[in-house]
Design a protein around this ligand. Structure first.
Ligand SMILES: [Zn+2]
Length: 76
């Protein structure tokens, strides 16, 4: 019996292959990760806030205007 007969095992688990890439940061997305699919884009859970700020930049407006608009529509 010899320890040298034991097949060498890799120290690290088998390399995971990314299933996609985040369209915000370009980072890898792995199976099991939480992502948002927005307009066909894949966004990390962690990147959503930054992404949303860019994505909805056109929707940004002064609160005062928003409150006024709410009086006429529920879409605000
Ligand atoms: Zn990301």
């Amino acid at each position: 019996m010899s320890y040298w007969d034991v097949p060498e095992r890799p120290l690290e688990p088998p390399e995971e292959h990314p299933v996609g890439y985040c369209d915000h940061c370009g980072g890898e997305v792995y199976e099991g990760d939480t992502v948002y699919r927005i307009d066909g884009q894949c966004i990390h859970d962690d990147c959503l806030e930054d992404f949303a700020k860019d994505y909805f930049a056109d929707c940004k407006e002064e609160v005062e205007v928003c409150v006024k608009a709410r009086a006429w529509t529920d879409d605000c």
